[in-house]
Design a protein around this ligand. Structure first.
Ligand code: FE2
Ligand code: FE2
Length: 472
């Protein structure tokens, strides 16, 4: 790959051309990334022109350039948010010291693990969604899935940059391993459970971006507080892209909800399967599933790892610097949910060991705001139904609720009751078969599948019937 002009090929603001060692590492990695992208990226559309947003710099003019691109030609760039002059470590034992520009030797292993775990989710989601293009509900949605796919690819670049630039040979080995694990593979699965689940249909896809990718947003936001400045700068820029990912998930479900309401009113029934819609109860079951697997991603309620990440200054709280406390938390308490026999109660625990639960709380509050906006749509249609987030203890596989059966409204239930009722709470085989039957591609500009309403407006000021992907 000699002779590549990296300033042209890889937009960046990390002075790649000045760092020969890093440039060589990325030159070595780039063809492997493209090979992975061809093998595991969107299936069937690699040669098509897609109306994509590309970041060519981090300022207001450059971070969102729109134009037609074939996905393998997408310019996966490396961007750090502008440095904050005089930035300090803002929490933990090193609070008040200058932020680290190099990895502190004693935290090398821990920091590498944090970066690899985040990095692993990025290609995983691309793999999970690779067949969905073939059943897109519209060209608008097809373009949106490809946008998030190329950006998750860019997020992989962002993490690989950190590994290659700051972790020497170990970092380069981790960069390779990130391309070798595969979502759902029995022998070399992705690191986190939710990223090994299938995303077989577009309802699951939108739910993924509403709840699962939102976990990513909260993890990035707490890594953006890191005392390791390059990680902070990298994550801060990634968060600007995440806003669109959250938008895709939330508005996708909102449009399905809207279509359900329209059909309910037109047909005067809430049994929409005869009419090709997705009823609100099915949406609720899908939400229960995706929400519960995403809540697991935050880890155990009580975690000494989480405490260590904080006291060592590696990973902060959501909006750490906006909080008015000592940023040490050694004496502080936090309320966590806990199992007390057959009941779920709350108790005060040490604030440091409860940091996972605190981040989960911030996340749940954010999810709840989205659900409230969906419910607004239902209300506007005069329909008496409310979508709800499941209780945090429902259907959990990690943490203190992993071994109990809990209903979506937070009641501990017996195994017999679970067996009798879980079909009301989680997607059934029948639900899945029905949703799958709806997955027929709609690719005429401006047309939408019957189960989803068109968006209120197009992308980047373009009309809804714009040719977002050139299929011809
Ligand atoms: Fe991402
Ligand atoms: Fe994302």
């Amino acid at each position: 790959m000699a002779g590549i002009d990296y300033t042209a090929l890889i937009p960046n603001n990390v002075s790649l051309h000045e760092n020969r060692r890093l440039q060589r590492a990325l030159e070595d990695w780039q063809p492997k990334f493209l090979e992975w992208w061809r093998d595991m990226g969107p299936d069937g559309f690699q040669a098509k022109e897609v109306y994509l947003r590309t970041a060519t710099s981090v300022d207001a003019q450059g971070w969102a350039k729109f134009g037609y691109t074939r996905m393998p030609d997408y310019r996966w760039g490396i961007f750090l948010a502008e440095p904050e002059p005089g930035r300090q470590v803002n929490f933990g034992d090193h609070k008040g010291q200058p932020a680290w520009q190099e990895v502190p030797g004693e935290y090398r292993g821990t920091l590498r693990r944090l970066i690899v775990t985040q990095g692993d989710t990025e290609p995983a989601s691309v793999e999970q969604q690779r067949h969905l293009g073939r059943t897109c509900p519209s060209l608008y949605d097809l373009r949106n899935i490809f946008q998030v796919n190329v950006e998750e690819g860019r997020h992989l670049w962002a993490m690989v940059y950190l590994l290659d630039a700051h972790f020497g040979r170990d970092g380069r080995e981790e960069s390779e391993a990130l391309l070798q694990r595969r979502s759902g593979d029995a022998d070399k699965p992705r690191i986190l459970g939710a990223f090994n689940e299938k995303t077989p249909d577009w309802l699951s896809f939108f739910m993924f971006f509403f709840v699962t990718d939102r976990d990513g947003k909260y993890q990035l936001a707490s890594l953006a507080e890191s005392g390791f400045d390059p990680l902070s700068q990298t994550c801060r820029f990634m968060l600007t892209e995440e806003a669109h990912h959250m938008f895709v998930g939330e508005t996708g479900i909102m449009r399905i909800v809207q279509r359900a309401c329209e059909l309910m009113r037109e047909r005067k029934t809430d049994d929409l399967r005869k009419h090709g819609g997705i009823d609100l109860r099915t949406i609720q079951r899908y939400q229960n599933f995706h929400c519960s697997v995403s809540l697991d991603l935050f880890g155990s309620e009580i975690s000494t790892n989480a405490a260590n990440f904080y006291t060592t200054g590696l990973k902060g709280r959501f909006e750490e610097t906006k909080k008015q406390d000592d940023h040490l938390l050694k004496e502080a308490a936090y309320t966590v949910a806990e199992l007390d026999g057959e009941r779920i109660v709350t108790r005060e625990a040490g604030a440091l060991v409860s940091l996972n639960e605190r981040l989960r709380d911030d996340y749940i509050a954010d999810c709840a705001r989205g659900v409230a906006r969906w419910n607004e749509v239902i209300k506007q249609h005069g329909i008496d139904f409310e979508l709800r987030l499941p209780h945090r203890a429902f259907h959990r596989a990690i943490g203190m609720f992993a071994d109990v059966r809990v209903s979506p409204d937070g009641q501990v239930v017996s195994q017999a009751e679970w067996d009798a009722k879980h079909g009301n709470w989680l997607p059934t085989e029948e639900d899945k078969a029905y949703i799958e039957s709806l997955m027929q591609p709609v690719t005429e500009p401006g047309k939408f599948a019957n189960w989803i309403a068109p968006p209120a407006r197009g992308i980047n000021g373009q009309p809804v019937d714009f040719e977002y992907v050139r299929l011809a």
